[in-house]
Design a protein around this ligand. Structure first.
Ligand SMILES: C/C(=C\CNc1ncnc2c1ncn2[C@@H]1O[C@H](COP(=O)(O)O)[C@@H](O)[C@H]1O)CO
Length: 246
């Protein structure tokens, strides 16, 4: 008898007792592979495939980063909502982390203008799910896959006040641009008083100690005006005012 296993031919004692199909369908097998890296790689791959599939036809988009903790009566919430409206009015999708606070505000503004309101959520313990203003959402298991989606599909980014999550997203973007891994896109820091101290430190202490190459002065723009933030993020405005090296 001849047994073909793909291109491999087997005869006699080399013929396996169980076929590949029988092996596949056999139950009560060990399940430790579920927690091993090769299986994780497939899950990661599937998350990339789902993300690219969901967003490939989104069209132009601006990401808004910012705190998950900003309450609705905070002026920053109202500003992010206005920015969401402005971005949608310009025909761009708004992409956020899909959570509460600034994310909700930006999604809310976009949704109120009947625009595309994208939420790229992250699976977290005690997570509340995507906010109610998202009309295209996906939840990610892996932060790095999710961050790839923000970077791949945004033609501009507005960073509102926030904590470690926001700082992580902003510095990831700055690192990619500064190392020329992605082309420079408008990066707007909304709320001058909140961000100025950090960037003063970057452009004095960090640069003076030669921990980074001098920051491209065009890399980030500061503003306190939501409309201006939108205009800059859309690439509609580019002046040398308010740059980090001032
Ligand atoms: C903390 C709470 C909910 C967290 N839910 C989140 N859902 C989606 N995205 C999130 C969430 N928390 C953080 N992010 C991402 O980081 C940025 C905000 O982080 P920060 O530390 O609050 O600045 C934001 O841009 C998201 O992409 C319940 O209140």
């Amino acid at each position: 008898m001849t047994y073909m296993s793909g291109p491999v031919m087997l005869r006699g004692r080399m013929i396996p007792e169980e076929s590949a199909t029988a092996n596949l369908l056999r139950d009560n097998q060990p399940t430790d592979w579920l927690h091993m890296d090769p299986w994780r790689v497939l899950r990661i791959q599937a998350e990339f495939v789902d993300g690219f599939g969901a967003l490939a036809e989104l069209g132009p988009a601006i990401s808004v980063f910012g705190s998950a903790r900003t309450p609705q009566d905070d002026s920053a919430y109202q500003a992010a909502r206005a920015m969401g409206r402005g971005i949608a009015k310009a025909g761009y999708a708004v992409i956020t982390g899909g959570g509460p606070g600034i994310m909700e505000a930006a999604n809310r503004g976009a949704s109120e203008m009947n625009g595309k309101s994208v939420g790229l959520g992250i699976e977290l313990p005690h997570e509340q799910g995507l906010n109610e203003w998202v009309n295209l959402g996906m939840s990610f298991r892996y932060f790095f896959v999710r961050k790839t989606m923000f970077m791949k599909y945004s033609s501009g980014v507005i960073v509102c006040p926030g904590g470690f999550g926001t700082l992580d997203e902003m510095f990831e973007l700055l690192t990619l641009v500064q190392t020329h891994k992605v082309k420079s896109i408008p990066i707007v820091l909304f709320d001058t008083a909140y961000w100025r101290g950090l960037f003063d430190w970057v452009t004095t202490t960090v640069e003076a100690r030669r921990m980074i190459s001098p920051l491209d002065p065009h890399l980030v723009r500061f503003t306190d005006d939501p409309d201006e933030a939108v205009r800059i993020a859309l690439g509609a405005e580019r002046t040398d005012d308010e740059t980090v090296n001032e």
